[in-house]
Every structure is written in C-alpha cells, then in structure tokens.
Design a protein around this ligand. Sequence first.
Ligand code: ZN
Length: 320
Amino acid sequence: MPAIVTVLGEIDPATLGPTDCHEHLLIRGGLPIVLEPDFRLDSVDAAVAEVGDFQAAGGAALVDCMPLGVGRDARGLVEVAERTGATVVATTGFHRDLYYAADHWVRTYDAERIADLMVAEHTEGMEVSGYGGPFVERIAARPGAIKLAFSGPEPTPTERKLAAAVGMAQRRTGLPVVTHTDDERSAALQLSILDGYGVPPSSVVFGHMDRHTGVAGLAEVCRTGATVCLDWLGRHDRRPDSYVADLAAGLAAEGCLDGVVLGQDLARRGYWRAYGGGPGLANLVATFPALLRKAGLTDDHIRQLLVDNPRRVLTRLEPS
Ligand SMILES: [Zn+2]
C-alpha cells in the first residue's frame, strides 16, 4: 500500500492535511548549534507549543529536515507528534559538509556502507544519536524522507559521495529525497547524480531554490518532473512573504504548480514565538494564504500547494 511514513507509523496519503514540507522542530546537538547558537531548538515543550499554534491556524503536518549527525532528536520528534497529534515526518540522510567534523565517519566510509546506515533506519528504526556511537540504539520510529545537501555551486567531495549514498538508499527504500541547495545550479547537479542511481525525479523535492532563482529557473526544475519547495517564508527581516506568493503565482501561470510545495525553514529561535521571537510556524497557514490569494491564486491552488502536492511527493514508492 502506498503510504507516508511518519514518526508514529505509516499513514494513508489521503489523510494528510496542510503540510509544511521544510521545517526544523528540534535541533539538539551537533555542529550547527556550535556554529550558530540561534539554531538551538532544544525544547520539546517549545516545539509542542509552536506546533500547537500551527495546528490551531489550520496546519496538520510538518517535515523535520534535520538528518543524521547534526542534532536530530528522533525521540523528541515522537514526543512532539504524540503530544500534539500533528503528523511529523522525520529525515535520515545528511546536511551540508561544514556541519560534520573533520574526523566524522561521513568522510571515511564509502557510499555503499553509508547507504546501508540509511536503509537500516528505514527497516529497523531511527538511531537515536544519528550513529554518533559507540553503540547503535534504535527506536521504532522510522524516517519518512532522505535529506541531501550541497554547499555552493559544486558539492564538496564528501557531499558528492553522500549524494551517491542517498541515491542508493532511495532506490532501496522508495523514500522521497528532500534537498538543501545553496546555488541555482544545485538542483540540476543533484538531479543528475540521483538520476545515475535510478531515482525518479517525481521522488525529489528541491529545497531553497527560491533563494537562488526566479520563476523561469524554478519552472525549469519543475519540468523535469521534480518538485520545488518554496521555503524562504517567515523570514520577514530578510524578504517579505509576498515575494514567494508572486513566485507561486508565476509558476501557476507557467502551468507548473503541480511541482511546487511550501515550507518555512524557520530553524532559528528568533523566528519562533515559543522562544520569544516571530512570526512562528503558524505563519504558513495563518498569514501566507491571504498573500497567495492577493497574488491571484485560488483556494484550489492553495489546497494543491499545501495538501495535494505534499501527499504525492511524500508518498513512499515501492522499491524497484
Ligand atoms: Zn532547513
């Protein structure tokens, strides 16, 4: 049966509600919070409150994009899902090179062995320390997506190897791939590497491309059959959300809206109401739909962006 894999088990895709396809609910450890203390999202209570606000405004599901070795808190994600009733999808896979220490195992294991680690999270459950060692300790919850990240126009050698490992793991698990891009060329490069392992474009969601390119560049990615996540939202100190609403309207005019999902990536304490900042996770469903309507999109379009497209891209395919 086709299913979306959440931290509380598989669900029927038809039951998925409005979804934030790129979020961070907990970041508790690893190098990200050393390099940037504002990334420290270490309170389950805060995540429960923030997700509660999101639900009260009409949101239902969130994809937590913190993968292995960078502060993912698998147990905490389960607790947030249990306490709120929200649908939470966790990720295995990898973040950018700079978040792994010079002696981290991502640099020494080959792609095949690294793929095995991701596949084992899918078949046996998530490893609570992100394979931080020395013992492997799993919980029943499984990841529902695989993360891949490139920093800059060219991936580092480690990122290129990890992309190969993600390609292998996708084929063995059928899980969707969600990516971090740092440059307008990243999506094409990531897609070409994944394609080399037989990953269907329909199972790939490219994150952050709205930071690097406009409607034409985004439409080009959508026309490969892949999905773009417009996720530079809620950062009102940097850019108004109306910019993203206009991009979505432009993509609708190009006939590309079926290849678009939304996220916020509000991975900073300063963006969370529960930590005393704002606008908070609820922004996506409380405020942004009005801007989409103002840009010319209909309620059907909004449902497509928040519900129909996430249902399609988050559904795990049977491995072939
Ligand atoms: Zn992110």
